[in-house]
Design a protein around this ligand. Structure first.
Ligand code: SF4
Ligand code: SF4
Length: 634
């Protein structure tokens, strides 16, 4: 297979060869096998166009809008495509919120004194409580307990009772618009019910109404699930602050016991780092012949962790994003893979058997065929559970070392990670002014939030994302990267200070002055809400201009799953120009396409841009940014 169809990263090319030699099923070959007529990217045209439905026993149905061919129930292709998009978004919202629930349970256990963790960011706790209008007197634990009950009450608010969290956090101009459009949400659970029930056969078949419901759900999700989650994780584990981190598959050393927390929830990962940093745990690993015990940050759980905690010889580094999962597992260096609620592949048991590692689900959401051993995360038990996982990994070491030839000599580099709103402000001398001045002067033309996954559609892992980011920085556009796309940037070297040489002269001068890379590593896809909050602060600092007038854009060059689709819909609700690739399954729904690409501008100010060519895509983003600059008179 051509290298560009596999991955941007050399380390993954090397391990693909091993996977092939070992005769293992793998994502690249499975992707190719799904293709039609010798084209790996070609699938059923109705499915690709979004005009098929199998929701009821009269289907599966296919629609053709041009010929007014409808489903048996009478729904149009536009309705089918948007209804399926809304259902995807319900899955995304639900999974984001599951993570939020676990974070709130963790914070609650801290308030009761039953947790290995503590509140580490008192100022952030007080600030967040203050923004929500929660009484901020008393001890940290008392404030946090109030915060927990406040957000729980809001999550459980009915869909027809406006969310107090959205009321407290969203910018006034957006709230007015959302009220006018009747998309100001209630509690997230009620919103999920409203959205899901609307998708039943013969309930809501109107694509415009379904699109508005998707926006409504996305607003509830961004403020209640994402912002609450990330700010509370900051309160517990620390606000992300810039620091160096080793990245790429060279972080895996076969002579160590290597434990990989994987998914999106960092709780047990952090608990394991805390324990593994104790000498007695290092001694236990040495007693079985290892050089020590390491926790290796992996995929989005890893991203949550590396943004907040510094590396050392125990918390050693970060591998990459989810498409390289089989490559990581085939390295022959893994002793335990702890799978929480996201991003663990159904084929992992086959890899566990072949490459001799323990595969342990640590969330009640996750299950694998043939794997019965599991440790479902309980905040009160976190330390005991972490100890059990570490012991399993140590017990596994001898067998893995004795039976699997490790793959070594893989590349490793350093990225700067840990940019958050607070740390960006600190880097700028506690004021947004230097950034705003640079934008006003045109040294930086604008800012793009690259919130992306990684996908094999049209290209290999991260190939398109890296191309888009390089084209953006070349045009003096500062990039904030989030999600699996952030892992792509880190491993590709774009979050390293040397990447300034790939930037245009204006952005390069800012990078040199501040000592930062041209792509700022801003977090996971769950940080999309945090990014919305930052944009609201920028809009406020510019004199309360509408967010939609800012010289900014959202970009998802390799969107993949259902969490990403709801992020894109939130970007539209926020009024952002939103670049999306690959082409989403809506192309045979022409009225829906027109709504998303053109008409949405007149509704929320946001619109979608779909383009498979990286240069053309970035030219589109740049002309949007330049138009906004002109409107602001800068
Ligand atoms: S809901 Fe309508 S379009 Fe879908 S399968 Fe049933 S009849 Fe066909
Ligand atoms: S939604 Fe995308 S960025 Fe987020 S975890 Fe899934 S694949 Fe990664």
């Amino acid at each position: 297979m051509e290298k560009d169809r596999i991955s941007h990263h050399e380390s993954v090319h090397k391990l693909y060869e091993r996977i092939k030699k070992d005769g293992m099923t793998n994502i690249w070959d499975r992707y190719e096998a799904q293709g039609m007529g010798g084209n790996p990217d070609q699938r059923c045209p109705f499915c690709m166009g979004g005009v098929r439905c199998d929701l009821c026993s009269n289907g599966p149905c296919r629609a053709d809008v041009e010929k007014d061919k409808r489903g048996v129930c009478g729904i149009t292709g536009d309705g089918m495509a948007m209804r399926m998009m809304l259902l995807r978004n319900v899955m995304g919202a639900s999974t984001y919120h599951y993570h939020t629930e676990q974070t709130m349970k963790t914070l609650l256990s801290i308030t009761k004194g039953n947790s290995p963790f503590e509140i580490t960011e008192t100022d952030k706790l007080k600030d967040f409580a203050g923004r929500l209008g929660i009484e901020a007197s008393g001890t940290d634990k008392e404030i946090a307990a109030r915060l927990c009950s406040y957000v729980a009450a809001d999550f459980n608010r009915s869909y027809d009772e406006p969310s107090k969290i959205v009321e407290a956090l969203a910018p006034a101009e957006r709230k007015d618009l959302w009220r006018k459009l009747n998309i100001f949400p209630g509690g997230i659970y009620g919103e999920m019910m409203l959205a899901t029930s609307s998708c039943l056969t013969n309930v809501d078949g109107y694509y415009v109404s379904l699109a508005l419901k998707a926006m409504r759900l996305s607003i509830a999700m961004a403020y209640q699930s994402q912002i609450v989650n990330e700010y509370c994780q900051d309160i517990i584990y620390g606000i992300p602050r810039p620091h160096k981190m080793r990245v790429d598959l060279g972080v895996l050393d076969p002579d160590y016991v290597n434990v990989l927390p994987n998914g999106h929830e960092p709780f047990l990962g952090f608990a394991m780092v805390k324990l593994a940093r104790k000498p007695e745990w290092q001694e236990k690993a040495k007693a079985v012949g290892a050089r020590g015990l390491r926790i290796i940050a992996n995929i989005e759980t890893g991203q949550e962790m590396i943004q907040r905690w510094e590396m050392d010889d125990v918390f050693y580094g970060f591998t990459g994003n989810w498409i390289m999962q089989e490559a990581i597992l085939a390295s022959g260096c893994v002793d335990l893979f702890a799978a929480d609620m996201n991003c663990s592949m159904p084929v992992d048991p086959m890899y566990a058997e072949k490459y001799k590692f323990k595969l342990i689900p640590v969330s009640q959401l996750v299950a694998f065929e043939g794997v019965s051993e599991r440790i479902d995360y309980l905040p009160e038990e976190a330390e005991k559970q972490a100890a059990k996982l570490l012991q399993m990994a140590i017990d596994n070491f001898k067998e893995r070392k004795g039976s699997v030839k490790p793959f070594t000599g893989l590349p490793m580099k350093e990225a700067v990670v840990g940019f958050s709103t607070e740390s960006i402000l600190a880097a700028l001398g506690n004021s947004l002014d230097p950034l705003l001045d640079a934008i006003k002067k045109g040294t930086i033309r604008g800012v793009v939030g690259l919130v992306s996954c990684t996908s094999l559609r049209d290209n290999g892992q991260d190939v398109h994302s890296v191309m888009v980011a390089k084209e953006l920085i070349k045009r003096d556009i500062l990039v904030l990267s989030l999600g699996c796309g952030n892992g792509a940037m880190q491993v590709a070297g774009l979050c390293s200070p040397e990447a300034k040489d790939l930037a245009g002269p204006g952005l390069k001068s800012i990078c040199e002055a501040l000592g930062v890379p041209p792509v700022l590593s801003y977090g996971t896809c769950t940080d999309t809400g945090r990014l919305g909050d930052l944009l609201a602060a920028v809009a406020h600092a510019l004199g309360d201009v509408p967010i939609t007038d800012l010289p900014v854009a959202a970009a998802a060059p390799e969107y993949m799953e259902q969490k990403a689709t709801i992020d894109a819909i939130f970007a539209l609700a926020l009024g952002l120009y939103t670049y999306v690739n690959p082409v989403p399954p809506v192309t045979k729904a022409p009225n829906l396409v027109k709504l998303l690409i053109e008409d949405c501008k007149g509704v929320t100010g946001g619109n979608l841009n779909v383009e498979t060519d990286a240069v053309k895509a970035v030219e589109g983003i740049l002309s949007h940014i330049e138009a906004k600059r002109k409107k602001l008179g800068i």
